[in-house]
Design a protein around this ligand. Structure first.
Ligand code: SF4
Length: 348
């Protein structure tokens, strides 16, 4: 999958070089020293859902040090997101950080970038250059071709690192619009073999953000463009990961984790498929095998979908039927449904 880009090692995973695009999300709060164990558990949980790379803001030295401590507690590659202050980037590089995101242009004098690049090279840590349409250099802001302007900004940043002989680079060019995001990445992909982190930034709340991201990222991935992805939502990192995993599965035509088939529910429902799907969402998506799980409200479509799934559950009058591999294996009351389903799921 993907155009030939140079492979970049990001902690324990690869970005580019034909590898399946790792799904990313971003931690949405500041780190706290007294909550690091909980943060580590949260990182592992996101990893279980399919998050391959996880990014954290490092707005000051204190956050850089907490991130560094967290990075040594988990296996997931953690990325430090640094703006403006090269000293924060240098401090992050004292820890097992998998990647650092900076924009060379906003670090200030060239010697600061030189110091960061030298230390990153010494530690074997790649740098992600992230260009956002909302913060283009002044001379590019009024360019009518927004996609081309984003590329021009990225090219400057790439050139700054290239002059230092630093080639362990990943580039992202994001906009809140689908068209300019797709256009920028297509132009860049024609010119460079640098791996691309693709995403629509500030894509919006859950439904809108998923739609925008899916349209843009599917189009790019289907063209072989994009080496790692993020769905940016005004919503939870869990939903960002689930959406990202789904987009990669659809665009690649191969699935590495569970697929949920669930009905929209209507007045016929005798079983609350919404609430059930929500309760079991993380557990099901944590199955790192391509199994299909059906959750259905009634007998209209429930038995049919459930029989085609690896495991299915369907309302049937005042009962609930559980299917496994096409066969009815249990019939129970709605109150017993979670227990029965959990037992059957563990037998998959
Ligand atoms: S399966 Fe039943 S409850 Fe679900 S949408 Fe169809 S008719 Fe409605």
């Amino acid at each position: 999958m993907g155009k030939a880009t140079r492979p970049i090692k990001v902690g324990s995973c690869f970005v580019g070089g034909g590898h399946r695009p790792p799904v990313q999300t971003m931690w949405k709060e500041s780190l706290r020293a007294d909550r690091l164990q909980a943060a580590a558990a949260g990182v592992r949980s996101l990893s279980g859902l399919g998050c391959g790379i996880l990014r954290f803001s490092a707005p000051d030295i204190g956050q850089a040090e907490l991130l560094g401590a967290l990075a040594s507690m988990v296996d997931t590659p953690l990325v430090a997101d640094v703006h403006f202050d090269w000293r924060i980037a240098l401090r992050c590089l004292d820890f097992p950080i998998a990647k650092i995101r900076v924009n060379p242009g906003n670090l200030g004098e060239p010697w600061k970038l030189r110091e960061v690049a030298a230390k990153a090279a010494d530690k074997g840590v790649p740098i992600r250059i992230g260009v956002n349409a909302g913060s283009l250099p002044a001379d590019l802001r009024d360019e009518p071709d927004r996609g081309a302007a984003i590329v021009a900004a990225a090219e400057r940043e790439v050139a700054a690192l290239d002059e230092l002989g630093f080639r362990d680079v990943i580039v992202s060019m994001k906009a809140s619009g689908v068209e300019e995001t797709v256009r920028a990445n297509r132009i860049f992909s024609e010119r460079y073999d640098i791996p691309l982190h693709i995403g629509v930034t500030e894509a919006g709340p859950l439904a809108q953000g998923c739609v925008r991201s899916a349209v843009a990222l599917y189009a790019l991935l289907a063209d072989g463009i994009g080496d790692t992805i993020r769905v940016s939502l005004s919503d939870s990192p869990e939903n960002e990961v689930i959406a990202g995993v789904e987009i990669v599965a659809l665009a690649s035509g191969t699935r590495e984790s569970a697929d949920i088939v669930s009905c929209p529910r209507c007045g016929r429902a005798s079983f609350d498929s919404h609430a059930f799907s929500e309760r079991w969402r993380d557990r099901i998506y944590s199955i790192r095998r391509p199994v299909t799980v059906a959750v259905m409200g009634c007998v209209v479509n429930g038995p049919g979908e459930s029989r085609h799934a690896d495991i299915g559950i369907s309302g049937a009058g005042d009962k609930v039927i559980v299917f496994r591999k096409g066969e009815i294996v249990r019939t129970c009351s709605p109150e017993e449904a979670d227990t029965v389903f959990g037992e059957e799921l563990s037998r998959l």
